[in-house]
Ligand binder design. Structure first.
Ligand SMILES: Nc1ncnc2c1ncn2[C@@H]1O[C@H](COP(=O)(O)OP(=O)(O)OP(=O)(O)O)[C@@H](O)[C@H]1O
Length: 506
């Protein structure tokens, strides 16, 4: 026991541990940084980028790190590159780590809800802002535990650097043993040092995980509130009143044709929405309502036709040619369109207030103070001031959708698109969201609402538009709900009425 304790305090072994730590940290940092870009490349829609990168990952993961290390150590000098054993080992471990980290990061990025990314794009987040504010903070929750395991594995892999003469912990233990043959105390001491280092890695992993855990974050905000560190700015009214009646229509859609994978889903759709008008889009599931709304903010590629918001095309230049993808965020950000999605698409890692602040702060680049005031005003407008520090998972579905409405309002939009805002809600929560939309409609802001709720459409809309199979079949004042002109619309209304009756029957 005494000999074991003696070797545990032996500086010679701890110096070897330091070499192992340097190798591990160097390889991990390099692996994570390069792996991030490799992960992005492996998610590229372009096969010429994706396939070589996937082949690189496949090869590196398929061969032992020891083999890669020896190969690199012997191959580099043949190209005139002479590195020390330490640098060769570091390079080999880093290259190997790149492949593993790329896969871990790719998994983390893929785990982020696609609807949240779509919402960020619809509001005009740049690719970088989407990555840094929406994707990475959430991807990290999935990445960190696996990365912690990877770091522990990597620490142990550093022992393999001894084959090229790096004098790290394992090689130093072997050197001592070759001199005194005291296998057990020396190797046990060496093992204990590895365990101590792994424990430190686990500690760092635990600390990082807790920084990004949603419940810990919520607790931190609540503690700040209890200390009175967060103050509420005076909220100015967010809804400024009726959209100006002058100028071009709020929305014009002309001869719109959209298809997915060769299947046409919108055929020759034309629609004009005046400023201040509330239009309800009705239609069966799959009739193309969401596609129409998404095309307005250039989220879906248009085959032919023209869409203008306030007279301006989104995602197209003055000649109607599609803008390069890198110009889309700026175009969307300046379009003054807010959008509310069926599944809320709130950013899960941000509080209600932070969700709403993202648009004025990140998209419109307003000061923190202004963005905060805009968020408070928008939350007040939807009656959720008291819940502003709640995370989405701490809110009911109806409250989450009202936060999503506040987020759309914070952009000071002239047009708000609602994509079936209540269809993901329990019946008792539908009322509160419908009331919020009704309140908005009364302010004179232009709204286009896709819905299955005929009763709601009849009370909120100035005009009803009915789509079927991607074609605009009928439109007119809410009176057409009582006297539909086409057989298709009459059949739809009958079916909706029957569903409603069935739902109401105990
Ligand atoms: N990304 C996509 N790729 C392929 N097909 C799609 C895609 N998005 C929608 N579609 C198809 O386009 C058609 C119209 O879909 P859309 O979501 O616009 O209908 P909807 O009227 O909004 O339906 P719901 O009321 O169920 O939301 C459907 O047939 C759907 O399967």
């Amino acid at each position: 026991m005494q000999t074991f304790l003696h070797y545990l305090t032996f500086p010679f072994l701890w110096q070897g541990a330091l070499v192992a730590i340097q190798l591990m940290i160097g390889a991990l940092v390099g692996g994570v940084v390069i792996g991030f870009f490799v992960a992005l490349a492996s998610l590229s829609p372009h096969a010429w980028i994706r396939l070589p990168v996937q082949a690189y990952i496949y090869l590196l993961r398929g061969t032992p790190v020891l083999l890669q290390l020896i190969l690199l150590f012997n191959v580099l000098p043949q190209f005139g590159i002479r590195l020390s054993p330490f640098m060769s080992a570091l390079l080999a471990l880093m290259i190997n780590e790149t492949a593993y980290c790329a896969e871990i990061i790719r998994g983390g990025i893929s785990s982020v809800d696609r609807n949240q990314r779509m919402a960020a794009q619809a509001f005009g987040f740049s690719r970088t802002a989407e990555m840094t504010h929406v994707v990475l903070p959430q991807a990290l929750r999935a990445i960190l535990p696996t990365l912690g395991n990877e770091a522990v594995g990597l620490l142990k892999s550093t022992a393999q650097a001894s084959v090229v003469g790096v004098n790290e912990l394992t090689l130093r233990s072997q050197t001592i043993v070759s001199e005194n043959f005291l296998f057990i105390p020396v190797l046990m001491a060496s093992g204990m040092i590895y365990v101590a280092l792994s424990t430190c890695i686990a500690g760092v992993q635990w600390w990082l995980e807790s920084r990004f855990a949603l419940d810990m974050r919520a607790r931190r905000v609540k503690r700040k509130l209890e200390r009175g560190a967060v103050t509420l700015p005076t909220a100015k009214p967010v809804i400024t009143g009726k959209s100006s009646a002058s100028g071009p229509p709020a929305l014009t859609v002309q001869n719109l044709k959209i298809g997915y994978n060769g299947k046409t889903v919108l055929k020759d759709v034309s629609l004009k929405v005046d400023r201040g008008e509330v239009v309800a889009l009705l239609g069966r599931s799959g009739s193309g309502k969401s596609t129409l709304l998404k095309s307005i903010v250039a989220l879906t590629p248009v085959e032919s036709g023209d869409i203008r918001v306030g007279g301006k095309r989104i995602g197209k230049d003055a000649n109607g040619n599609p803008l390069p993808a890198r110009h889309l965020p700026r175009d969307r950000a300046s379009s003054k369109v807010g959008i509310v999605f069926q599944h809320f698409a709130l950013f899960d890692h941000l509080s209600a207030e932070e969700n709403v602040m993202t648009i004025p702060r990140i998209v419109q680049k307003r000061s923190h103070h202004e963005a905060h005031a805009a968020a408070c005003a928008a939350l007040e407008a939807v009656g959720l001031s008291a819940f502003r520090h709640h995370l989405p998972h701490e809110l009911s579905g109806g409250q989450q959708q009202r936060v999503a409405i506040a987020r759309a309002l914070a952009a000071n939009p002239e047009l708000i698109l609602f994509d079936e805002p209540t269809s993901a809600l329990d019946p008792e929560l539908v009322r509160e969201v419908n009331q919020t939309i009704r309140k908005l409609a009364q302010t004179g802001i232009t709204l286009v609402i896709s819905t299955h709720d005929v009763a709601f459409a009849s009370t909120v809309a100035d005009r009803i538009v009915f789509l079927q199979g991607g074609t605009l079949i009928e439109q007119g004042s809410p009176d057409i709900l009582q006297s539909p002109r086409t057989a298709e619309f009459a059949a739809f209304l009958r079916q909706e009425r029957d569903h409603h009756l069935q739902d109401a029957t105990p």
